[in-house]
Design a protein around this ligand. Structure first.
Ligand code: A3P
Length: 327
């Protein structure tokens, strides 16, 4: 639709080369995805891989740090960045590879990791491919865009977060990450959200796909809000699911290590903490590991925004396919 496209381009210059809607559910991507879709679909799996699958801003980084630490002998002293230890499968299709800040980040990264000479092109796919076993891999791709044999080989942890907090967090993300170049306000952002026009949307289809797999023996479906309510309870579920056999004292070490304030202060998982990747981020838009609470949406939702948001939620044909508490 030409009017919608004009509005998008005014607020998101990144979509100048078009916005893709992929598969029957119409998942949204930037144009780079076209060249990489097949590689993601045919990504060579290993039997000890664990995928962390989320819609963006649902607690991916938190779960990456948790799962990686649990699967690596509770190593809380690593200097390696989280996105190297637990690589992001399809990051290559999100970033603009011509972007100068990525080049300087890479230069810095190669110099800090002796023996590494990564190139921007295909960087993240290479990190995922060359990652030593057992791999913990982050993806925002829903089940339907990955190989149908995924669960024959690997385990998947799906983390869900309530739609209102996810939307607020995604808004900050779009303001913060330079490649998104979002210049609108929150009210306008909610219009994009409700039209399912943001990358990886539709949120509800993504969530519905994850929720439909919750009883599969190789899927662990968790809620961000439950992790905040009682992290030890969720770590015990993970311990069983991953087969990591960690003792209660070790789980307590993990819980401490992944506390919000601790993760926020570590540059290995909060890229804006020490200014290492600063080129990729706007300076005055807060931090990547931002606020980490449930219910922050009340500070953003005016009655008008709430009205359009709940209308979107109620009118979606996927609404009946998501967890009751999020409807
Ligand atoms: P907010 O923007 O609401 O603060 P993702 O990793 O999927 O991008 O999700 C990001 C959200 O998870 C952000 O939410 C971020 O602050 C929050 N987060 C990151 N680490 C966390 C932690 N250790 N505990 C709680 N929330 C965390």
């Amino acid at each position: 639709d030409a009017t919608i496209m004009k509005t998008i381009l005014e607020k998101f210059p990144i979509y100048t080369e078009g916005l893709l809607k992929v598969g029957p559910k119409g998942y949204v991507f930037k144009h780079q995805y076209t060249n990489l879709a097949e590689k993601y679909y045919n990504f060579k799996l290993r039997s000890d891989d664990v995928f962390i699958m989320t819609f963006p801003k649902c607690g991916t980084t938190w779960m990456q740090e948790i799962a990686w630490t649990m699967r690596n002998q509770v190593n809380v002293n690593t200097d390696l960045e989280l996105n190297v230890r637990a690589p992001f499968l399809e990051f290559d299709c999100l970033e603009s590879m011509e972007l100068e800040p990525l080049e300087s980040w890479l230069e810095d990264f190669n110099s800090r990791n002796p023996g590494k000479d990564y190139k921007t092109e295909g960087l993240y796919l290479e990190l995922a491919t060359s990652c030593p076993s057992p791999r913990t891999i982050k993806t925002h791709l829903p089940f339907s865009l990955l190989n149908p044999s995924l669960l024959d080989t690997t385990k998947v942890i799906y983390v869900a977060r309530n739609p209102r907090d996810t939307c607020v967090s995604f808004y900050h993300h779009h303001r913060l990450v330079k490649v998104n170049k979002y210049i609108g306000n929150f009210d306008e952002f909610v219009d994009f959200w409700c039209q399912d026009l943001l990358t990886y949307s539709p949120y509800l289809s993504h969530l519905a796909e994850g929720w439909s797999m919750r009883d599969h023996p190789k899927v662990l479906f968790l809620f961000y809000e439950d992790m905040q309510e009682d992290i030890m309870r969720e770590l015990r579920k993970l311990n069983d699911f991953l087969g990591t056999s960690l003792r209660e004292e070790e789980l307590k070490v993990v819980a401490e290590h992944v506390k919000f304030a601790n993760m926020k202060s570590r540059s290995t998982c909060n890229p804006t903490a020490a200014g290492i990747h600063v080129g990729r981020f706007e300076k005055n838009e807060g931090e990547f590991v931002r606020k980490g609470i449930t219910g922050d949406w009340v500070n953003y939702f005016t009655p008008h925004i709430e009205e359009k948001f709940s209308a979107w939620l109620k009118s979606s044909k996927e609404a009946k396919n998501i967890p009751m508490k999020y409807r």
